[in-house]
Each structure stands twice: as C-alpha cells, then as structure tokens.
Design a protein. Structure first.
Length: 184
C-alpha cells in the first residue's frame, strides 16, 4: 500500500524548489530582455532558454519561455504576436531537446553549441517571419524575410556571444542542482 508521501511524490513534479528555480530563470530572461531592449534583436533570452533546454529539459525551457514572454511583453508591448513568439520558441526548444541535447549530453565540442546558438537566431527570424507575414497580411513572404535578415544576423551574433559568456556560468549551476531540486 502506498503512503501519502509516495502518492504526493508521484503527483507533484513541481516542488517548491523547482518552482523557485524556474522563477529565478524566468526573472533572468525577463531582466535580460528588458535591459538589452535598446539593442534591436540583442538579448540573452534565447540563449538562456537554449541552456535551460540543454541542461534541464524541454518542459522547463517551455515554462520559462512562456512566463518570460508574458512578463516582458507586458512592458515591451502585448499583442497577437506573443502567440507567434511562443510557438517559435517552442519549435526551437523542441529541436534543441531532440537533436542538440544528445550531443550536449555526450560532451561534444563547445563550438557546436556556439554555432547552434547562432543558427537558432537565424531560425527564430525565419519562423517568426512566416507568422508575422500572415499576421500583417504581407503579400510577398520572401521580400519580407530578406529585409529582416540583418536583424536575424544581429540576433544570431548576440546568441553566440551570450552563449560564450553565459553557458559556463549557468549550465554548471543548473546541472549541479538538477537532482537536488528534483528537476527531471
């Protein structure tokens, strides 16, 4: 017969410690996005979400992404594009979890992940452009997308730079506390 403690452990994967960790990571994304708003498309949010997905998993990455977007868009401007931002981040994090994370767990060269963080900025721009073109009724997707490529390149370069700086700081902390906070 299962005890109440066993049942609670099975039911609740969201311990207080896990919620606290996700809240801190959400605050980190929020602050990073707000602080760097003066630089178009340069902010550490994408990189932090990649690191979360690589170390903790896609569910935690998605939770932080959705919460961060809602909070930061309350300051930066809320609109229907938030759903496209959420969907775009979800696609990138699913790709990260199923294609890139196995390489991360095998401790492959750090250069692979720096390049991937760069490419995720390009991918983000492409996916969000698909949605934005529909949202704004743009008749020529490719013309719309090509005009935005410089912004995508800046986003990509920012991702790579933030990955170089943040991954050696954030990833060890998350990996060290993963078991302690029951972050599975």
């Amino acid at each position: 017969m299962e005890t109440r403690k066993d049942l609670t452990k099975k039911i609740s994967h969201f311990t207080v410690k896990r919620i606290a960790m996700l809240s801190i990571l959400t605050a980190l994304c929020y602050v990073g996005r707000i602080v760097f708003q003066f630089l178009p498309n340069v902010q550490p949010m994408t990189t932090i979400l990649l690191i979360i997905t690589l170390t903790l998993g896609v569910a935690d990455g998605l939770i932080v992404a959705m919460a961060s977007l809602i909070l930061s868009n309350m300051v930066l401007g809320m609109g229907p594009w938030i759903f496209y931002q959420m969907l775009t981040y979800a696609i990138i994090m699913i790709i990260t979890a199923f294609v890139i994370k196995p390489l991360y767990e095998k401790k492959k060269s750090r250069l692979i992940f720096i390049i991937y963080s760069f490419l995720s900025g390009i991918l983000f721009g492409f996916i969000i452009s698909i949605f934005s073109a529909k949202l704004y009724g743009v008749s020529s997707f490719w013309a719309y997308y090509v005009v935005g490529i410089p912004f995508d390149l800046v986003h990509a370069a920012g991702n790579a730079g933030f990955y170089i700086i943040l991954e050696p700081i954030i990833a060890p902390i998350m990996l060290k506390n993963k078991d302690r906070f029951h972050l599975n």
